[in-house]
Every structure is written in C-alpha cells, then in structure tokens.
Ligand binder design. Structure first.
Ligand code: HEM
Length: 384
C-alpha cells in the first residue's frame, strides 16, 4: 500500500499520524480546525486515494469522539469535510471509517521481503487502544489474508459449473473450505492480541458511526457539502466482501437481515461490491451440485457450508468475549454505583452497549445469519 501522500498533503498526515496523542491531550479538534483546506486534485492513483481516505477517516472519528459519547459534535468542519467528501466520491466509499480503511489499507511490511505475519506487519495510522487496537486491525487483516485462496477459487467454481466440470468444482470447493478453516484459525488470534476490556471500553467508540446511534441522533453535518445532517454506520467486518462472496456462491439468503447486510455493501470499495454482484448473477452452484448427484462434489459443497457455519459460530464466541461479557460487567459496575473510570469497561459509551452497527440486538442477528447458512446444507445435519 502507499505509505505516503504527495508532500502537499503533509498537513493531513501530520495530524493523522498523531491522532491518538491529540485525542489524549484533547487537542485534536483544535488542530483540525486550524488545518488548511486542501485541494484533492493532486491525489492521482487508487492507492493514494485510499491512503487519503484512511487518513481523513481517522481524523474524522477522532474529531467526533474526542470527548466520548457525551460531548459529540454536530458539524464536521469544511476543511476536513470537503476533501473527505471528494475523496469518498472518487472511491465509491462513504465519508466514514470503513473496514476497507482501517484494515485493508492500513498496513505495511516492516521488511518488504519478509512474511505477512504479526511480527512483520505494522499499521500506518492508529487510534486509541495501544497494542489491542493494533491487534484488532491486524488479526482482522490476517483473516482476510487466509481467505485469499478461497477468493481465487471462486472463478474456478463458476467456470466449472458453466462447463459442467464436476471435478474442477469439487477441487475448488475443497480449496475454499480449507481457506475458511484458515480464517477461523486466524480469528482465534483475537484472544491473544486484543484485551476485551480495552476493545469494549476504549476502541469501540472510535469505530462507531452516526446512524442509529443515540449519542448522535441527528447524524453529522458535512460543512460545505450540504446543510442537512447525514447518517453513516460505523466500521465493521460486516463490510468485508469475503462472507458476502461466500454467501452468494453457496446460495445463502439472509431474508431477515438482508437490508443491513446489503446496506453494508455500500461501505465497500466499488470493485468489491461488483464482484459480489457478479457472483450473485451466476447459475446456482447448489442446483448444479444437486443435479450432478456426485458423492465427492456433494461432500465438498457440504464441507464449505460446515466450515462457513463454524467460522460464524466462532465469531459469535468472539463477540461474546469482546462485547457481551464486558457489557455485562459495565452494567454491573453501574448498578453498584461504581461509575468511576477505574475499570476500563466503565469508559465504554452506554449508547452502544449491546447494539451492533445495524442498531439491532447483536446476538440474535448473528445467530440468525448463521442459521440461514445452515439452510443451504444438502441432506443430513452436519457435525461441526
Ligand atoms: C473483536 C473482534 C470482533 C468483534 C467484537 C466483532 C463484532 C461484530 C458485530 C457486533 C457484528 C454485528 C454487525 C455489526 O454490528 O456490524 C459483526 C458482524 C460481522 N463480523 Fe465481526 N467482529 C469481530 C471480528 C470480526 C472479524 C475478524 C471478522 C472477519 C473478517 C468479522 C466478520 C464479521 C462479519 C462477516 C459480520 C456480518 C455477519 C455475518 O456475515 O456473519 N468480525 N461483528
């Protein structure tokens, strides 16, 4: 990824690379207010645009949430809002921090020839939360990396179905299920690199947005763009294209949660959104598997469904550790009248407690999404 912008944009990078310290010293807002209004036309390549979007995103999240949930702002000042809007338009991304920013565009290798692993990867910009925020973004990136062989196999499945080549489809599905297992293994690293109370009490607010959020009920005015406030959801890996691609390939339909998951596609780079759409327009893989009635092909399809369910089940377990349990602890402390900030979980905003990006109950949402995955299973119930 680009790790630098043309020198003209140094005023942005000077702030973006110090967002955390500026939040802690309560001076980020005043620095942003003094920032010059820069023209976006010197940003040329896709990579420069993505880095600019990332830098403007962390500044925006810091600006809005600098004082926590009780002292938010109604207006994003024009010297930030105008270039942010323009860069967002060029990328097809919304003007808020997305998964495509915080995870996909936010890394570099320490040693360019070294491996893609925790030791050799570092963030370009960060937010409050120290090692845990690094861990959160990096582990999510490792989940994405583990998925690469699966994404590469999707065209093989599609072509195989088109040519009636059951053997190729079987092999490609085996590759996909193996990659899904690798994604679950990578997700397990969350426990090693991220402290739940730091995630819940410190990090989470900086990822949250101004839609369905009672601490910013009206949304946010992007000054110089339009006078009415706008609402955008916060960052979430629900904005990663991976599971959307798998669902479309396997034929998983999320009727109850379709609106939220479909809306999340507008928070992806446009090429990702188009890939998902392309997969959704192909002839049904599940129909092909049923029609072929080959034992090996059916088993390979089933394994994909099983591994995708296992990934979703493990994710539910992660969400329980990083949100449900700390939220219960924060509530308990409040009930005991211990609302001091001594315990990290008490610093969490109450507005978000157990509400996800979509504003609904998290667990019932995630369990329904997993159950819809089970629905495409062929035949017998599968052991996890
Ligand atoms: C501490 C780690 C994590 C937490 C606390 C967490 C939390 C959540 C929450 C609350 C939701 C509900 C929707 C929303 O509010 O946006 C969600 C959805 C989702 N998350 Fe995570 N998540 C974590 C890590 C990950 C990772 C690493 C991935 C993998 C790329 C991931 C993939 C997803 C997906 C795909 C959805 C949409 C539901 C689905 O398709 O099953 N999450 N997550």
């Amino acid at each position: 990824w680009s790790t630098e912008l043309p020198p003209y944009y140094q005023p942005w990078m000077d702030i973006a690379q110090h967002v955390t310290e500026l939040i802690y010293s309560h001076t980020l807002r005043s620095h942003i207010l003094k920032m010059p209004l820069l023209n976006t036309r010197f940003l040329e390549s896709h990579r420069e645009l993505r880095l600019a979007h990332l830098a403007l995103s962390v500044m925006t999240m810091g600006y809005v949430w600098q004082e926590g949930e009780n002292d938010t702002v109604k207006i994003l000042p024009r010297n930030l809002a105008v270039p942010y809007w323009k860069v967002s338009q060029r990328l097809g991304l919304p003007p808020i921090l997305t998964h495509a920013d915080a995870v996909l565009a936010n890394w570099k290798k320490r040693d360019p020839h070294g491996p893609f692993d925790m030791e050799n990867l570092e963030l370009l910009v960060t937010l409050p939360g120290g090692d845990s925020v690094r861990g959160f973004f990096m582990v999510t990136l490792l989940v994405e990396l583990a998925a690469v062989p699966a994404i590469k196999s999707i065209p093989l499945v599609i072509n195989g179905v088109q040519c009636g080549d059951a053997e190729t489809v079987t092999r490609a599905l085996e590759e996909i299920s193996q990659a899904m297992e690798g994604m679950t293994d990578a997700l397990k690293l969350m426990h090693a690199y991220v402290k739940p109370d730091v995630f819940y009490g410190i990090i989470r607010i900086y990822l949250s947005g101004w839609k369905d959020n009672s601490s910013m009920p009206a949304g946010l005015v992007y000054e110089g763009i339009q006078a009415e406030p706008m609402e955008y959801s916060g960052g979430s890996a629900a904005q990663s294209s991976l599971l959307h691609c798998f669902d479309e390939l396997l034929g998983v339909k999320h009727e109850e949660n379709c609106a939220f998951l479909t809306r999340m596609r507008n928070y992806m780079p446009s090429s990702h959104k188009h890939l998902i759409q392309d997969i959704s327009l192909q002839p049904s893989l599940r129909g092909f598997v049923q029609q072929e009635a080959s034992e090996l092909l059916t088993a390979a399809f089933q394994l994909c469904v099983t591994k995708l369910m296992a990934l979703r089940s493990y994710h539910i377990n992660v969400v329980s550790c990083f949100i449900t349990i700390p939220a219960a602890r924060a509530r308990q402390l409040r009930r005991q009248g211990n609302s001091s900030q001594e315990e990290t979980v008490s610093r969490a905003p109450t507005a978000l407690e157990e509400t996800g990006t979509g504003g609904s109950g998290i667990m019932s949402f995630l369990k329904t999404v997993r159950d819809r995955t089970r629905d495409v299973s062929l035949g017998r119930e599968i052991e996890l």
